[in-house]
Design a protein. Structure first.
Length: 282
């Protein structure tokens, strides 16, 4: 299983970054847990390679311990293109990283609140290892997802023992090595874990083997209740608005379709859903 995960991650890296992706400078010891290796030298933050931004820059998740002791995450873009990395690489710096908050779509009414941090080109990062070398991995099942607007998704996950976890991301401008925005309820992903926090999905989803007979889709954005997010959903919303007698959405469909942060289903919800569909894979 571990070998299969490594092969999968390698394949993802090649597809995402090309065949010239560098090998981690120092592999994580098989006998040590990830949190011991990462935090034993006093690193305040770690950066994990999650994909690319605008198909050009390396995109990272920066993890730092919060006041509660758990890890909090930031979306970080590395504009220095002189180095190449593999999906799941763990990067650290000995000094405090210089991060600048950026709102690239502040004039866009749909994505005005989407932001990320740009890493200063003067900040030097060293490769510590790769998430595929972690001993602590878990298979987590998607139990719920919520869209908060401006490209922000939150996913609730559970393990075999019923413990719950949350993984949040912003998809605007992002191309993820493993894209959780395509997840549906019941899908299973293998995650690398640090301090009981899922920090990176290492495998594509294993779809849930279920029947949709007599079931109701709770998927945010699924206006027509087909358990999918497609262009058919904004169409269903517009049809509902135009002729409720003929194209009335179900009670759950109305809940799913209300995605713009304002109570009630309107044409703006249809616009947001169209944006979701247009930005798949961006």
């Amino acid at each position: 299983m571990k070998k299969a995960r490594k092969l999968l991650a390698t394949a993802l890296s090649l597809m995402l970054f090309g065949a010239s992706a560098v090998t981690p400078a120092s592999a994580l010891a098989e006998s040590e847990t990830a949190e011991n290796v990462i935090f034993k030298d006093g690193y305040e933050s770690i950066f994990v390679v999650v994909g690319t931004y605008n198909n050009k820059y390396t995109q990272l998740r920066c993890y730092s311990p919060s006041a509660s002791g758990k890890l909090s995450a930031k979306k970080v873009v590395m504009t220095d293109t002189s180095a190449e990395y593999s999906y799941g690489d763990i990067l650290v710096c000995s000094d405090e990283p210089e991060l600048t908050e950026v709102y690239p779509y502040k004039n866009d009414p749909v994505y005005a609140h989407a932001y990320h941090y740009e890493l200063s080109e003067t900040t030097h990062l060293d490769t510590l290892g790769n998430c595929t070398e972690f001993q602590n991995m878990k298979e987590l099942t998607v139990t719920r997802n919520d869209y908060a607007g401006s490209g922000y998704w939150s996913f609730w996950l559970s393990d075999d023992e019923g413990a719950e976890y949350r993984y949040s991301l912003n998809y605007v401008g992002s191309q993820y090595g493993v894209d959780l925005t395509k997840a549906t309820i019941g899908d299973v992903y293998t995650f690398a874990m640090v301090k009981d926090t899922p920090i990176l999905p290492l495998s594509e989803a294993e779809p849930a083997v279920t029947t949709t007979m007599n079931q109701v889709s709770l998927l945010s954005g699924d206006a027509n209740g087909d358990f999918l997010l497609t262009v058919a959903d904004p169409v269903a919303v517009l049809q509902h608005i135009g002729n409720r007698d003929k194209y009335c959405l179900s009670e759950q469909g109305l809940i799913n379709a209300d995605v713009d942060g304002v109570a009630g289903v309107t044409a703006n919800d249809a616009r947001v859903l169209q944006e979701w569909d247009a930005n798949k894979g961006r």
